[in-house]
Design a protein around this ligand. Structure first.
Ligand code: SF4
Length: 654
């Protein structure tokens, strides 16, 4: 059985926190056989011993590279798993990990000396997984299982935890991005830069053929040199055409605002855009580039065929055979990379079959231009890549239902015929949770909304004595509130921490957990990543209903397929996000808290019912912003007027 969850840290949580409970239940029910469980991560999480020993003495690129190599040297004699999580790398070290990690195109276990003596970490992990009753995996791994060469052992049953993420994860798994470097990198691996006949697998293979003991190899050497020299010219052509293609794509975007813009610009490629002259000119540039790429791929296949035809012994102690095998593997891998990029571009600039959405993007800060693609509908892909592999698939999450129905998620995942089982919350929210909606807030689109939010929060957070998580839908609104409330609240001994302002996610959540009287302002990941049990998180404020960004190209294209995109897509997605946010408040049966929704549309618009009816039964109150601090203080047992905590304990209040 495979149990898949959303992230690697949730995999570790399932293994460390939930699995012991499963073992206890099995033991108590008379099960005597020891449960064998393996954690399986994506290939790139494991150190590749072959690559490590090949590259450990390469020139050091920078301090992070040096510190990573030192860490690996100290860790390697002791690790049983080769899993990078044990190294606790920082972001800079992570960037260098790639060159030592296992990579599909550069791995041939039959020819690898480490795999043959059972030292390869990846294959040891696979072996453990093949013998396990339960394999704990993640969505990304499950979704890429077939394309990555079946990393997971065959399984009969699949449990998908956090299934509300499956559509998004599948969309990003089957999406791609191509920029100038993505095109040039595999070409550079194959061919040395223009005019230099050293480096690159074409030149290395030519030299290898010239030195080979095989007479066929020597015969092919002049042609190999010719192809390497021709490739060198084509590499220069690819480089300038790739640059021209990206520059032309960039012309479709509005000019960058400022030197180092902190957000990305995105523009969907529409039928109307494809019909106009500038797009036709772009396609001409692409066709020239494609011709050069095809010639390189053609030469690459010739080199592969020539290596394959050598009559060298299949013996890994023979240095010439070994070198042939390594060259074959590297050539194959770079050709595969280049073919993948080319096919993505063929889809973007060729006939649009209506199954994908394409968009042009300028990245924040570095302003790199790229062309991107994503599937419009993932339900067929999920069926092919995931659901068809298992006899039974169970999808589970606390946020799958909207207004008492599974219809939305079943539609999105193509599971209309699935058996459904609603399970209630384990907590008594009516006793533990007050949901308060102020009815005198301005509309969220009104110019006074932000100022009113700030003023309301000042009184509210003083009444709750901090202990709060305030969830925003935009970082600019978060920053504005942070500026307005930080100092006044700090004068009342309430610390205010803003996402991306006052530390990393982990540091901020740790402070909320451990320092009484802390307020955290968060967007994005804070809507579902915060898990703080007890009074340290007693107040949750939802500033605006979390509707998806309408300008997101994938969302925009999916909306065009719907007759009623607002009710069929925007509202359901916002409801699921809202439920995830709401779920931050009550994390145990002894928690007690207040959830304040500052977006009055939840009571003034018809769609508001979908949000409210999707919550478990709570104590619910509509009132004024004036009443809010006192109602909060009373529910939490703090006295707003005197600014003191009532002496009742948490248990006694119930
Ligand atoms: S089998 Fe593959 S991943 Fe394992 S050490 Fe060899 S090349 Fe690396």
């Amino acid at each position: 059985m495979v149990v898949s969850t959303d992230t690697i840290s949730l995999q570790d949580q399932l293994y460390g926190k939930d699995l012991p409970d499963v073992r206890t239940v099995l033991r108590e029910s008379g099960q005597t056989e020891e449960l064998r469980v393996a954690v399986m991560k994506g290939r790139a999480n494991y150190l590749c011993l072959r690559r490590w020993f090949e590259h450990m003495d390469d020139p050091i690129e920078d301090v992070a590279d040096a510190s990573l190599r030192a860490k690996i040297l100290l860790w390697l004699p002791h690790t049983q798993t080769g899993d990078k999580a044990e190294l606790r790398m920082n972001r800079e070290e992570e960037a260098h990990w790639r060159k030592f990690a296992s990579e599909r195109g550069r791995c041939s276990p039959k020819r690898c000396p480490y795999a043959r003596v059972n030292q390869c970490f990846l294959y040891r992990a696979r072996h453990l997984a093949a013998n396990a009753h339960i394999v704990i995996a993640n969505h990304s791994l499950v979704l890429s299982n077939s394309t990555q060469g079946f990393v997971l052992p065959p399984f009969e049953h699949l449990i998908i935890d956090e299934a509300h993420h499956l559509e998004g994860e599948a969309t990003s798994q089957f999406s791609w991005t191509v920029n100038g470097s993505t095109i040039e990198e595999p070409v550079r691996a194959l061919i040395s830069p223009d005019g230099v006949l050293q480096g690159g697998y074409f030149s290395t293979t030519s030299s290898f053929l010239a030195r080979s003991s095989d007479s066929n190899a020597v015969k092919n050497t002049p042609l190999a040199r010719e192809k390497a020299a021709l490739g060198s010219q084509q590499s220069g052509i690819v480089s300038s055409l790739a640059g021209a293609l990206m520059a032309r794509l960039g012309e479709f975007l509005p000019p960058p605002r400022g030197m180092r813009q902190s957000f990305s610009d995105q523009l969907r490629v529409t039928e109307a855009m494809r019909a106009r002259g500038p797009w036709h000119e772009l396609v001409l540039t692409w066709e020239q580039l494609d011709a050069a790429l095809l010639q390189i791929l053609d030469s690459g296949r010739w080199f592969l065929k020539t290596l394959d035809a050598l009559s060298l012994p299949d013996d890994d102690t023979n240095p010439e055979s070994q070198q042939r095998d390594e060259l074959t593997m590297e050539l194959q891998s770079s050709l595969e990379d280049l073919t993948t990029v080319r096919l993505q571009l063929v889809k973007a600039f060729g006939q649009d079959d209506g199954t994908r959405v394409f968009w042009i993007e300028r990245s924040p800060v570095q302003a790199v231009i790229s062309i991107n693609g994503a599937p419009l509908d993932v339900s067929d892909l999920l069926r092919q890549e995931v659901f068809n592999d298992a006899k039974t698939t169970v999808l589970t999450s606390a946020t799958l239902m909207i207004d008492g129905s599974f219809d939305y998620i079943a539609d999105r995942l193509g599971l209309r015929d699935a058996t459904q089982l609603p399970l209630g919350s384990p907590f008594d929210h009516e006793r533990s949770t007050l949901v308060f909606v102020p009815d005198d807030m301005p509309d969220p689109n009104h110019q006074n909304f932000q100022a009113t939010v700030n003023a309301t929060l000042l009184d509210l957070l003083a009444a709750s004595k901090g202990r709060a998580l305030v969830l925003f839908t935009s970082h600019s609104a978060l920053q504005a509130t942070h500026r307005a409330i930080k100092r006044p609240l700090e004068q009342k001994n309430i610390a205010v921490l803003g996402q991306r302002i006052d530390g990393s996610f982990r540091q901020i959540v740790e402070q909320l957990r451990n320092n009484p009287g802390t307020v955290v302002l968060g967007t994005s990941s804070y809507w579902e990543g915060v898990d703080v049990v007890g009074p340290a998180l007693s107040l949750l404020v939802i500033v605006k209903l979390p509707f998806p960004v309408p300008s997101d190209p994938v969302f925009e294209a999916r909306c065009e397929l719907s007759n009623d995109p607002f009710n069929e897509l925007s509202v359901p997605q916002a409801v699921l996000r809202f439920k995830q946010g709401f779920g931050r408040l009550i994390r145990s049966s002894t928690d007690r808290g207040v959830c304040v929704v500052l977006d009055r549309r939840i009571i003034s618009r018809r769609y508001g019912d979908s949000f409210l009816h999707s919550l478990p039964a709570t104590t619910f109150q509509v009132g004024s912003t004036y009443d809010l601090p006192l109602a909060t203080a009373r529910w939490l047992g703090t006295d707003a007027a005197r600014g003191e905590t009532l002496s009742m304990s948490w248990g006694e209040q119930w």
